[in-house]
Design a binder for this molecule. Sequence first.
Ligand code: ZN
Length: 656
Amino acid sequence: MKSNWKEATAKKLKGDLLQLRVYTSRLLGNNEDLVMHGGGNTSVKIREKNIFGEEEDILYVKGSGWDLGTIEAAGFAPVKLKALHQLADLDTLTDVEMVKYQRMAMTNPSAPNPSVEAILHAIIPYTFVDHTHADAVVTVTNTPGGKKRIQQIYGKNMLIIPYVMPGFILAKKIYEMTKGIDWDKLDGMILMNHGVFTFDHDPKASYEKMIDIVAKAEKYLKKQGANPIKGSKKGKIDGLQIAQIRNELAKIRKSPVLVKVNNSPAATAFSNLPNVKDITGRGPLTPDHIIRTKRTPVVIGDQPAKDLAKYVKDYISYFKKNNTGEQTLLDQAPRWAVLPGKGTLAFGPTVKHTTIIEDISRHTQKAIYQSEHLGGWTALGKADLFEMEYWSLEQAKLKKAGAPKAMQGKVAIVTGAASGIGKACVESLVAQGAVVAGLDIAPSIDNLFSQKEVIGIRCDVTNMKQLKSAIAQTVAQFGGIDMLVSNAGIFPKSSRIADMDEKVWDRSLHINVSSHQRLIQLLVSYMALGFDPAIVIVGSKNVPAPGPGAAAYSVAKAGLTQLGRVAAMELGGQGIRVNMVHPNAVYDTAIWTKEVLSARAKHYGLTVEEYKTNNMLKVEVTSKDVADLIIAMLGKTFGKITGAQVPIDGGNDRVI
Ligand code: ZN
C-alpha cells in the first residue's frame, strides 16, 4: 500500500478544506483494498459564519448513499458539531431519533443523510477523520488472537476497539473509552472485525496515516507467509448447470436474477480448497458486507436444487434463532456461490449488483485464504451479524434503488443487433431493465453499445460453432437466457424466378430461415430454464402480401413464419412462447439511405414524406415502433399468447 497523494493536485485546491476532503476521500475510495462500493466514511470540521453572522463548527461527513471513490462536495452532509456532541452525551438513542436529530442539525436540508458514523466523527477532536475497512487490517483482526497480533504490529499507541454494532453504540463506546485520553499520542484506532480510523488536522497526514497502518498489516501478512492464493487452471463451466442454478434461484426469489461466472485462476484455486465449505461458512470480511452478500455463500455440488434448498432452510433457522420478534424475514436466496473445482458465481438483479457482489466476494476469498495462515478465518458471531443484516439503517441503503424495472434480471439475445430493428430492440430491452447479448456479423457490434448491460458479440448466425460460442459467452456473463429476438436477415437483390441466381436464393434461405432454426434449436434447453421465456421472430409484410421479384426473400420469410408456428406448438409445453411480427416499410434502417429513399419515392411519383407514410393510417413506422411491439410481445401483455402474427405497417390493404 502506497500513498497516492499528489502535491501538485492538492496545491490547486488552495487550502479549501472541503475540496481537500473530497480529494483524499477519492484517494481512499479508489483503492479496492481499502473500501468498496459505498463502504467507509470520511469527514472534515469547518468553522463557518451562518446567516446571522455567528461562527459555527460544522462537521461535513460523508452522506449516506455516496461512494468515496466518486464523492463530490455535495456528497457531504453539513451537521452542526455542537448538536452531535450533545447526542454523544445521551445514554441511549434510537436509530429513528438519531436520523431525525442529525437531519434537524443540518445546515442544508437538501443534503444527503449523514453517515451512520457521524457522531463518532464528531467526537474525534481533529479536523480530518478517515475511516476504511482495509482488507489487510481486518484480515488480521479476523483470526484467533487477532487482538494480540494487532498489538504486536502497532504497539501501545494504537487504540483497539472490541467489536460493537456501528452507529450510536460504537460512537458511545469510543466516547467512553477516550474520556481523558491524550489523543495526540494515538496513531489511529483499529476496530476489531470492522476497520480502521485515522485523524489529523492535516488532510495529507490523516490519509497517509491510513496508508501507513495498512502497509504495516500487509507487511505482517507477508512475513507470516499469508500470501494471496496461487491461481490454478481456469475452471470449466457447464452453461446448462449455471442456467439450472439460475432457475432455482428465481424460484426462491420469485423474480429473475443474473448470474456472473468467475472462473479466473484465483477463483478456481479458491473453489478447489479441500475445506472450502467450512471456511466460507464462517462469515463475511466486514459486517457492512452482509447486506450485499448475506452471511455466507452457498457451496453447490452436483445437485444445485438440493444445495440451494439446504441453504434456504439454514437461513430460515438462523433468522428464527436471532429474530427478536421485530424483524421481518428477508428473501432467503444466497448472493454468491462456490462451485468446487470450477470457480465462483455472483447473483444479483442487475449488472451493478453482480459487480458489487463479485468484487466483495473476491476480496473476501483473499482474506479468508490469507487468514488460514494465521490460525484460521474467525468472523463475527451469528448474533452480531444478524443484528447488522437486519439493522434498519443498513436496509435503508438498499431501498434507495426504487421500484424495479419490468424486465429486471432477465436476459435476452438479439440477432442482427448492429442496426435497425435489432439495435432498437437492444435499446428498448435495456430501458426495460433487461441485459442483452447483441449478435451481429458487422464488426461495429464490438463497441456499439457502451452500457454494461449489453455485450456485443460478433457472430455469423449461419455458423454453428460461432452460435454456440455466443451462447456460452452470454451464459457466462449473465447466467442464462430468457428471451430471443430472432431478427437477423438480409434483403437479397431483386430477381424474378426465371432469372434467379442459385447463390442468391440459397443465401437468403440460409440466413433468413435456417440460421433461425439452428439458433432456436441451440437455445431450447436454456430457455426451458428461463424466466417467462419468449421468442419473437421478425417476419415481413411479404409473408401475407408477397411481391414479384422478391421470391428469395418472401419464400424465406414465409418459411421462417412457418418455423415460428411449429415452434409455438413444440415449445408451448416447456412454457416458451413464440410470436411473430410482420413489419413493413421501416425506413430508418441501414439499407434505406437518403438516395435509395428518394429514388424509390420518385419511382412511384411520390414525395419522400408521402412514400414513407403510404399506408392506411398515413404514419411513418420506425425501428423503435417495431422494437416497442417486440418488447411488449416478450413481456407480460403477451404472457398468455403464443403463435400470434402481428403486422406493424400502419395498415396495409393487402394484409388486412
Ligand atoms: Zn465502517
